[in-house]
Structure formats: structure tokens, C-alpha cells
Design a protein around this ligand. Sequence first.
Ligand code: ME8
Length: 656
Amino acid sequence: MAEKEKFYITTPIYYPSGKWHLGHCYTTVYGDAVARFKRMEGYDVFYLTGTDEHGQKIEKRAAAAGVSPKQFVDGLVAEIKELWNALDISYDKFIRTTDDYHVAAVQKIFKRLYEQGDVYKAKYKGKYCTPCEAFWTETQLKDGKCPDCGREVQDAEEESYFFRLSKYAPRVRELLTQTDFLQPESRVAEMVNNFIDAGLEDLAVSRTSFKWGVPVEFDKGHIVYVWVDALSNYITALGYNPESKELSPQMKKYWSADLHLMAKEIVRFHSIIWPAILMALQLPLPKKVVAHGWLQFNGDKMSKSKGNVVDPFELLPRFGKDSLRYYLLRAMPFGADGAFTAETFLTRINADLCNDLGNLVRRTVKMNEQYFSGKIAEGKAESDDLPLIAQMNALYGEVKAAMNEYKPQVALEKIFDLVGAANKYIDLTKPWVLIKEGKTERLGEVLYVLTEAIRITGVLLAPFIPETAGKVLDNLKLKAPSSFDGLEYGNVKSYETVALDALFPRLDVKKELAEFEKSGEKEDGKAKSKADKQNKEKKEDKKEMSEENGLITIDEFFRTQLRVAEVIACEKVEKADKLLKLTLKVGEETRTVVSGIAKHYTPEQMVGKRVVLVANLKPRAMRGIESQGMILCASEGDKLVLVTPESAIASGAEVC
Ligand code: ME8
């Protein structure tokens, strides 16, 4: 037997730093649908997911929680595994960057890159705060002093390891521009213009300011940069060992990756840094990087740090895994953002799963049972049947084409087109009239056509909503499919169907919405009481801080997230002579901010400027425009000037 073709697919490895949310579920369910689809197509699939557990952020969170970093991540890793289980995620391996084999392999990768000259040690100049043992760049200082403790800093030089990213810039550029490596294509220009052509500098790939990471084996004070550690997971999971002359069996079999799946904010790491590392290791490059959009909630990216997350653990027991899977896969157009709202979620489940699919199955098998004791066999086809039969026969090709482009949303749209057409076919052929008129033979023919439509739908739904697909096929007494073989119309000549329970109970939208509201309030309440508790603790800790002198602690200061933002568009707000509407690029994100600076700056003067944005301010509507933050200015009497970074720095950079 010919060996199966392989297919290696990965999700990002997620940071276990807070609550898991629907955004993480989106990528993982998406990857799962692709993995299951490929398996049914006969591929030998390896689906990898996992957690990215090192770094300063996790170190700090663990310290705040009073536990070790490993204890801190262990709990969250157990939770995410539970989540993937509850969502029927068919991953083949779960990697943790704290796994011993991964740590050892990362150390060897780093050593090899160093020995062959792709990683080198160099000094960069900066400022050092002795009491804090912290190294700061000029731009990180606050009023020329240590941003942590406010004390004087000294000139110092620190040694860091650098990866020769610049050396690989021409080859990475070629990869991005000459192949279809990165999808959607709109991301290519962004990568090439903003990062490669803007000048790709060598990358600092070691840190000495914290401990929670992979130590550089030959220079223990240094920790491997978390992204080098994290990206390597895609090969360490397959047993990659740079010291061995032969590739491991799994590397031989599965590398290179056929698909790295992720959201848009980490495309730069996967489409520039990762290929360059692989080039240096002389390994084949991944075939495709696909960046999907963000699932948004309350008008913003769902994110742990913003706290606007939808908790899948709450939705799962209420609506079941396939409602969530279906919604996630169906709701987001390829590459674009999509908003989660309770209303669209409930409406979609009712309309597509309960009404269209549920009714088609129920109506058909009930009639099969009532008029033919469930026994249905192929009859002749009449002209009324032909369009639906043609649609059934075309469907696999269409779904396959969509999935070859990794577009599950389009695939599901096609499948539900067939469901819709089958329901219309019932209206067209009017089985109830056939019964009344005693046309039993024709009724049997019609019900066979419908039963075949249900079979084809059930099989094609299996990669997307496996539990429901199984239930659909249970009604036809067919097993859950392991391939797409025999999908053409007429392949099953006779059936003995059985009417089972409804697939999806109809949701009472009003009642469910009220529940959503209640749980939202509960969450707000939880957040508030958590914040209250933290504030109380902080207040107790800082008794020495007198309220009269208005001093705040460093922790209080750091609750304000300040970021460098670039003004990419600007216009006057109609009928408001003080207001300008700014469009800001903050790293990968775009924000709209309304600012009262129109008397001091014209829109033309603003475009291209880098400003400082208060990034975690609650959005608020100003003249009907949602303002998502505030930019900083300095004022003296009537004079007002923007606060801007003193020299060139990337948008998105933290101001601290
Ligand atoms: O970036 N909408 O981890 P992370 C859609 N550890 N997808 C979302 C999302 C949202 N609102 N929020 C998160 C990291 N995601 C690194 C990755 S890989 C070598 C290292 C998904 O926990 C999406 O896939 O911040 C996004 O790229 C990823 O979670 C970021 O996860």
C-alpha cells in the first residue's frame, strides 16, 4: 500500500498567563477542522498545539500570586487541556516549553547557531540601575531615572547575544514576495514594507534581566529570548536535535510544517524570524503561514490583558461544544476580524443548526418512519430532483476547494447551501400532497433524495462539528465516517432510518440573552471585587504613602498602559471645532482616538507623528465616534504640545 501523504499543522503555543477565552478556541477549533478534514482525505496528519510558558510576564504573575512560575503555569495548562477535551480537539501532541526535551533542544539550537556564527555576542549601551539590577535603554528611562525605583542610573554596557537576522533579510524577502507562503496576501506588503524594507536589524536573542526561561547552556547568566524558545517548539515537538547527524524519525516524516495557523498579531515572528532561524539551521521552510483575524468583543480584540473575554467554560455546558465550534468556524470571514455578540451567536445556532439542519433531518426521518417504517430505497429520479442531486454531487469538490485554501467558513456556507436547498426541495415536492393523493412511489423517491442529502451533509460536517455529524448519521444508522469515500449521490442504495432526538433544542433568545447579561454582571462584579481586594491589599501595603502628598506607587503607575502610536490618518470632527479624529497604528493594532487638539494642530500636521497613547482607557463615545484611548500632551496656559518619543521607535513600543 502506498504510504499516506503527511500533513503537519500547528496552532500558536499559548501563554498560560490568565483566563483562556474564545479567541484561543477560535484558532484551535479552526486547526482542528483542517486536521480532521485532511485525515478524512487520507492524509497522515500531525496536529500540534501547546503552551509557551517562559518569560518575564509569567515570572511576574507567578510572583504576584505567591507561587513558583511552574506552579502558576501548571494550573492553567491543566485548564486548557480540559478545554480542548471539551471542544473535541483532536491534537496529536501537546507541547509545553517547560518540557525537558524541549528545553534541552532549544539549548542545542542556540549553541549550534552560536558555533556557526549566526548568533554572536555583542554589547549594547544603556543605563544601569544598581539597586534594581536592571538594565534600561535611554527611551525606557523616566525623567532620566530608573523607571522602577526612580533612582539615578549609570552608563553601562550589557552583553547580549544577537541573531544575524539581517543576513537572511534578502532570502526572507524573496520567500514573502515570490511564493504564496503567507496568507492572506494583504499581510505580505505589511511585512515587507514595515519590517524588511524598513531595515531588518539583528535580533537580541538573550536576556539577563529575569530568570524564568531556557538558560543559554554555555553562558548561564543569559536566558534564551522567549520567541526563539517558543518558535522552536514546531521542530522540538518532532524530536529535532541539531547535534545529531540524522533527523529524528518524526522530523523526517512530518517536517516541514504544511500550515502554521495563528492570528495576525504574531505574523511577523512566523513569517520573518522563524524562516530566518530555519534558514540558519538549514532546514526546509514551512509551506504556509495563515493569519486569521481577531475575534472581538465589545468593539475590541478579545484579550486577557483587556479583560473583555468570553469564557468558553461558561458557554460549553449551556450550548454544547458543536454550537461553539460551528459559530467560531462560520462567523469569521477569512483573514478578517469578527465580533462575538450573544445575539449573533444565539441567532445563528437557532437559524442554521436548530431550524435548517435540525428540521431537515427530523422532518425527513419522521416521514421515512411514518410512511415506510424507515425503509427507504433508491427509485427513479424526476426532473424536480435533478438540481438537488447535481448540487449534492458538486458539494465535495466545493468544500475541498475551500479547505485547500483553509477557508472553513466558505466550506460551511456551501454545506448549509445544500441544507437550504433540501428544505426548499421539500416545499417544491410537497410530500404531504403526495401522501394525500396516494402517490406512494413518488413519495419514496423524494424521501430517498432527501435521505441522501442528509447523508452527504452528515459526512461533510464531520470535520467541523463531529458530534452533530455523528448524530445526524445515527438517524440513518450509519457509522461516523473516517473518509469522504462514496460521497456521490446514489452510493447508498437503501436505508433503514430511525428518528432520534432533535439535534439542537430551540433556544429561547430572550431568556438566553438575559442569562448573558446576568453572567456579564457577575463577571463585572468579580472583576470589581478582585480589583477592590487588590486595591485594599495595596493600600495596606503602602500605609507609609501619605495621601496628602499625592504620591503613587510604581505599581499604581504601571496600571496605566502607555504605548507609542503612529498617526496614520487624521480628520476634523464635524461640528466640533476642538476635536480631531485620529487613526493610530499601535503595533499591529489600529485604533481610533478623538482628541481635543484641533486648535493646536491641523490634521495634515498630525499624520506621520508618533504620539504616546494611554492604551487601557475605557472606550467612550465622543460625538458619536468611539474613542479608544487618549493621547498625551503637555500644556502651559493656552499652549499645548504633543508628547512624542525623543527619537525613532516602533509604534506599539511600551512607554515605561
Ligand atoms: O502570542 N481572536 O500567545 P498568546 C482570535 N505565545 N485569536 C485569538 C484572540 C482573538 N481575540 N486572542 C488570542 C502568543 N488568539 C505566543 C505564541 S507561537 C510560537 C507563540 C489566538 O497566548 C491567536 O491564535 O498571546 C493568537 O495568535 C494567539 O491566540 C496568541 O496567543
